[in-house]
Design a protein around this ligand. Structure first.
Ligand code: SF4
Length: 212
């Protein structure tokens, strides 16, 4: 059984400090976290470019649904995501778009509130908490699940089991969670693909290659 900190240290020393999340403002992170559902980041970038630099809560709320659907079309599921974007923006406006006030609230309460917003599930909520508000909420995604299944760690099967496992094993540190998630995603794109490329993988020394 390996500790998560060892896995983190190996990945960090191999790939270095990855700069996440690629967005200019916390609101852009919120928008990106919704748009990235069921699609890849390239499509999210294409959709965000179509706002032509004018991406604000006020604009999202004032745009007619059909226009917003047309702008975000490259991200797929654009009708559904238009509803989700309007809902999460309404929530953000309800918080006066005040990042400092949002960050000062208890994390569990904030997370529960986000999960009640239409279209916000565990991964979207945690991405918003971690990358928009710099709060220590570990993000789990399909890459995390795939990698952890192959490594000698028993993190659990469900989203919340894996999240709780990581948060119990690691210090409650926003920067660590930020870098770790970015490293896992990067590693799974470089080596631990659906069909893994184990030659040269920095984790090969500890990996049991379970579930290949
Ligand atoms: S050795 Fe292979 S299966 Fe294990 S983490 Fe590396 S790429 Fe994934």
């Amino acid at each position: 059984m390996q500790s998560l900190e060892i896995i983190y240290k190996i990945l960090y020393s191999h790939y270095g400090d990855l700069n996440w999340w690629p967005a200019d403002t916390p609101f852009e992170v919120i928008v990106g976290a919704v748009l990235t559902q069921n699609t890849n980041w390239n499509n999210v970038e294409k959709a965000i470019e179509r706002f032509e630099g004018d991406l604000s809560p006020e604009r999202i709320m004032s745009l007619p649904a059909e226009e917003l659907e047309n702008i975000i079309r490259p991200a797929g599921f654009y009708r559904q995501k238009t509803k989700y974007l309007k809902a999460v923006t309404e929530w953000f406006i309800g918080c006066s778009c005040d990042i400092d006030a949002i960050k000062s609230r208890p994390l569990p309460e904030l997370r529960s509130e986000l999960l009640r917003v239409k279209g916000v599930g565990n991964e979207t909520a945690d991405s918003i908490l971690l990358y928009a508000f710099d709060l220590p909420s570990f993000v789990v995604d399909a890459y995390t699940m795939r990698l952890f299944k192959r490594l000698p760690i028993d993190a659990g099967k469900t989203y919340m089991e894996v999240k709780n496992f990581c948060e119990a094993q690691l210090p409650q540190d926003m920067e660590l969670y930020n870098h770790f998630h970015a490293l896992i995603v990067h590693h799974c794109k470089e080596h631990c693909k659906k069909k893994p490329e184990c030659a040269g993988c920095p984790l090969e020394v500890i990996c049991e290659k379970i579930s290949l």
